[in-house]
Design a protein around this ligand. Structure first.
Ligand code: BG6
Length: 472
C-alpha cells in the first residue's frame, strides 16, 4: 500500500515523554521511602545505583517547567510504591503522598496532563522477601496500593497505566533485576504464576479505576513489538506466531478479552506450568477492561524455527541465546536493520507494523508510552548537546505514526523515553535517552545541572505544529 495522502495527527494528540520513579527520582531511601527491589538488587559492575539518579525529587519543578517549554501535553511518570507504602502494605508515608500530589499539581499548572504508571519494576522489597508476586496475596496488595492512589489523585489524574512491561518482567526479569531462580525447580511455573497474579491485579485495578474515578481512562503498558519470521519457510512462520503469542498477545488478549492465549496455554501445558487458577479468577479477568492500549516500542524481534529441539545435541546446549525457547523459536539476527551504539536494532517500519497488528486485533486507541534512542551524548564546552542521531530516530518513528494514522489506526499520543536523562535499567547513566541533559557521570555527580539538547528544540517545534513540521 503506497500512501500519497497523509492524514494529520488528531487534535488533542498527547505529545509528551516518559520517566520512571526509580530511574529518575533519587532520594531512594529518604523522606520515608522504603526499599524496593531496585534498591536492594545487585547493580551491574561499572554502573551507578539508583540513589541519586537525575535527582528529579529535588528538581521536579525546574524539570516540569522545561517540559512545559517544549510544549508537553502530557508527562508520563511512575509512582514509587514504597514512597507511598514503605513496606508495600500497612502504614502510609504522608510525605510520599504529598510529593506526588505536588508533582501532579505542578504538571496541571503548566497545562500538562499527568499520565501515571502505578508500577514500574519497583516491587516493595518487603513484599519480595515474603515471595513477591508468587503469592496470591500480592493481588490484593497491589489493589490496595491502587486504591490509595485513586483516593488521593483520582480527581486530578485522567490517564492511568497499570503495570509497565509486565511481559518483560516475565521474559527478562533477571536483566531488570526483578527475578531470581535460586532454589526454583520449574522456572516457567514460577514466572507464569507471578504473571497470573499480575494479570488479576491489573483486571481488578482497571475495574476499580472505573468505579472510583469516573471519567478517568486506564490501560496496560506492555512492551509490544511485532515478531518476524526469519524466512518464508512455514516452520519459521509458526515459530514467529509462537513468539508473538508468548511475547505480546498473552498480555493483551488477557487485558482486553480476559482470556488466556491458546498458543501460550499449550506452551504452559508442555512445561507443566499452568498457573493455579482459583474459581472466579477468569470472571475477574473479564471484569476490568482497558480504555486504551499503551505500549512501549523499541524494535521488532525476529525468530526462526528451532527444529533441533528434540535432538540430544540441542537439549545439552549450554549457551542458549537469551531469547531462545527450545522447540518453540530461536532468536535470529535481522541483518536488514541498523543498530544503535548499544546494539539495539532500529526498525521504524516495524513500529507501523506493530500499530497495524495491535489495532486490527483489539480495535482500541493506542498510546505510545516509550520509544527512544539510548546513546553516549556529549556536552560541549558551551553547554550544547548535538544529538542529531536522536532527532533522526524520533523523526522516522513519528513519520510512521502519521502513516499508521492515515491507514486508520487510532493513536492517542506519543511519549518517547525519556523526558530527561536517567539511569538505564542495567547500563547506567551513560546510556542517555532524554531531551534534557543532566550533568553527571556514572560515579561523579558533578552539579546535576540541566541542559537543553538539540532534540529539545526540535521536539518543541514538532509539538507546536502537531507533528506537521519534522524538519531539522
Ligand atoms: C523499557 C523500560 O524496557 O526500556 C525502561 O520500561 C527502560 O525502564 C527502557 O529504561 C530502556 O531500556 P534500558 O535498558 O536501555 O534502560
Amino acid at each position: 500500500m503506497v500512501l500519497t495522502k497523509l492524514r494529520g495527527l488528531p487534535e488533542g494528540f498527547l505529545w509528551g515523554a516518559s520517566t520512571s520513579a526509580y530511574q529518575v527520582e533519587g532520594e531512594s531511601l529518604t523522606h520515608g521511602k522504603g526499599p524496593s527491589v531496585q534498591d536492594t538488587k545487585k547493580v551491574p559492575e561499572g554502573t551507578s545505583g539508583f540513589t541519586v539518579c537525575a535527582d528529579f525529587y529535588n528538581h521536579y519543578k525546574e524539570d516540569i517547567a522545561l517540559m512545559a517549554e517544549m510544549g508537553f501535553k502530557t508527562f508520563r511518570f511512575s509512582i514509587a510504591w514504597t514512597r507511598i507504602l514503605p513496606q508495600g502494605t500497612g502504614e502510609i508515608n504522608q510525605e510520599g503522598i504529598d510529593f506526588y500530589s505536588s508533582l501532579i499539581d505542578e504538571c496541571i499548572s503548566h497545562g500538562i496532563e499527568p499520565l501515571v504508571t502505578m508500577f514500574h519494576f519497583d516491587l516493595p522489597d518487603a513484599l519480595e522477601k515474603k515471595g513477591g508476586w508468587s503469592r496470591r496475596e500480592s493481588v490484593d496488595e497491589f489493589v490496595n496500593f491502587a486504591k490509595i492512589l485513586f483516593e488521593n489523585y483520582g480527581s486530578r489524574v485522567k490517564y492511568w497505566l497499570t503495570i509497565n512491561e509486565q511481559n518483560m518482567l516475565t521474559l527478562s526479569g533477571e536483566a531488570i533485576g526483578t527475578t531470581s531462580f535460586e532454589g526454583v525447580t520449574n522456572k516457567y511455573k514460577k514466572l507464569y504464576q507471578e504473571n497470573h497474579h499480575m494479570l488479576l491485579a491489573q483486571a481488578k485495578t482497571m475495574a476499580l479505576c472505573h468505579e472510583m474515578c469516573p471519567g478517568a481512562k486506564i490501560g496496560p503498558a506492555p512492551n509490544i513489538s511485532l515478531v518476524y519470521p526469519a524466512s518464508c519457510k512455514p516452520q519459521d512462520v509458526l515459530a514467529a506466531q509462537n513468539f508473538n503469542a508468548i511475547r505480546n498477545w498473552l498480555y493483551l488478549d488477557m487485558a482486553v478479552w480476559g482470556v488466556y492465549n491458546n498458543l501460550v496455554w499449550k506452551f504452559l501445558e508442555e512445561h507443566d506450568a499452568i498457573p493455579d487458577i482459583v474459581d472466579g479468577d477468569m470472571d475477574i479477568m473479564k471484569s476490568g477492561k482497558p480504555d486504551f492500549i499503551a505500549f512501549n516500542y523499541y524494535s521488532t524481534a525476529t525468530v526462526e524455527a528451532d527444529l533441533s529441539a528434540n535432538d540430544e545435541e540441542s537439549s545439552s546446549r549450554d549457551q542458549q541465546t537469551a531469547g531462545d525457547e527450545p522447540g518453540v523459536y530461536k532468536a535470529y539476527k535481522n541483518t536488514n536493520l541498523p543498530t544503535t551504539q548499544f546494539g539495539w536494532e532500529i526498525d521504524v517500519e516495524g513500529f507501523r507494523a506493530t500499530f497495524r497488528e495491535i489495532y486490527s486485533r483489539y480495535r482500541l486507541p493506542m498510546l505510545v508510552t516509550e520509544n527512544g534512542l539510548g546513546a553516549y551524548d556529549t556536552l560541549t564546552e558551551d553547554g550544547k548537546v548535538h544529538d542529531q542521531y536522536r532527532i533522526d530516530f524520533l523523526r522516522k518513528h513519528i513519520e510512521q505514526i502519521k502513516l499508521a494514522v492515515s491507514e486508520g489506526c487510532e493513536v492517542m499520543g506519543y511519549c518517547p523515553w525519556s523526558a530527561i536523562d536517567l539511569i538505564s535499567t542495567h547500563e547506567g547513566i551513560v546510556k542517555r535517552y532524554g531531551f534534557i541533559y543532566v550533568n553527571r557521570d556514572e560515579f561523579d555527580l558533578k552539579d546535576l545541572k540541566r541542559y537543553k539538547k538539540d532534540s529539545f528544540y526540535w521536539y518543541k517545534k514538532v509539538i507546536e505544529t502537531n507533528g506537521e513540521d519534522l524538519s531539522d
